[in-house]
Write a new protein. Structure first.
Length: 315
């Protein structure tokens, strides 16, 4: 009569390379494996046939009885892309860094925070202290200025016909210029510069219409550009206290005024476009142009020197 062996123990679970190593669980599994080997059987409720081999997948059985349990595999090297859990670089804390351009959450540059309103993944971060101005605010300011001008014209009985028709150009230009002041720094230049240009065009047309001087377009264009963009930059920089923008706008305005005066002296003083020429102006005009050009060169070097000192890093 054959004596039955000890009761078979549970079959050890396959070793998963991605699971953490637990010494207590390893010892229990080794003891269970030893009991199973001594009994020579597999319990009926284990769900595994006694003669079935171990699965031939990446699952590895526990070490044999008496052998030291294997150490868990280390995390893959940084940047290898293997493993289900990426390694965290030293000093990164418990939250992994977000690589540039990956995932749905973009990285935030140093010193910037995501806006507290309406931010969605995939949108660029917003620097601290800078908020986007709603487009409705700017459009509302422009419409209020235009409506107020129309209301004033009715109260004081000013007609926008006749010689005052250029007001239809001046008022929208002023409204655009004022509306640009409500846009954060440098963002409103796209509205300030066109506003200044439109305003100057309206003023020139007004003067030309009153005095019948349309021939002065031969040199009045210099007031439209570059004087117009320079004036827009100058006013916008003054409102937002941007010294660099003020300097650039001031120099651009000077260039435009210089071109206007130079061509005006030539067309009016030498040629006599609107009347009789100025006596002996053709002899004085070259010296005046040279002097004004030298003044612009000196101012340009002075402005570049101050700008370089401002950008130089402090030690």
């Amino acid at each position: 009569m054959t004596t039955p062996g000890p009761a078979p123990g549970p079959v050890p679970a396959p070793y998963d390379a991605t699971s953490p190593y637990d010494p207590a669980a390893s010892g229990a599994a080794s003891a269970a494996g030893a009991a199973s080997a001594a009994g020579g059987g597999v319990p009926a409720d284990a769900g595994v046939s006694p003669s079935a081999p171990w699965p031939a997948s990446d699952a590895v059985p526990w070490p044999p009885v008496g052998a030291a349990p294997a150490e868990p595999p280390p995390f893959p090297a940084a940047g290898s892309g293997s493993g289900s859990v990426p390694p965290f670089p030293a000093g990164s804390g418990s939250v992994p860094p977000f690589p540039a351009g990956s995932g749905s959450v973009p990285p935030f540059p140093a010193g910037s925070v995501p806006p507290a309103w309406g931010w969605q993944p995939g949108q660029p971060p917003v620097a601290p202290g800078r908020r986007e101005t709603p487009a409705g605010l700017v459009a509302g300011v422009i419409l209020v200025i235009i409506g107020a001008a129309l209301l004033v014209s009715r109260v004081v009985e000013i007609s926008f016909g006749g010689v005052t028709w250029p007001l239809w150009i001046v008022i929208p230009g002023v409204a655009m210029l004022v509306g640009s002041f409500f846009i954060p720094p440098r963002g409103g230049l796209g509205l300030a510069i066109p506003g200044a240009i439109v305003t100057i065009v309206g003023l020139i047309l007004w003067i030309q219409d009153v005095y019948n001087l349309y021939a002065t377009w031969a040199y009045a264009w210099a007031l439209v550009a570059p004087t117009g963009p320079g004036l827009g930059m100058l006013l916008y920089g003054l409102v937002h206290r941007d010294g660099e923008l003020v300097g650039d706008g001031f120099r651009t305005t000077l260039v435009g005024i210089g071109l206007f005066l130079g061509f005006a002296l030539f067309f009016e003083g030498v040629i006599g476009l609107s009347g009789s020429p100025i006596a002996n102006l053709d002899q004085v005009l070259p010296y005046g142009i040279i002097a004004f050009g030298l003044l612009l060169v000196v101012l340009s070097f002075f402005g570049n020197g101050r700008r370089g000192e401002a950008r130089r890093p402090r030690s």
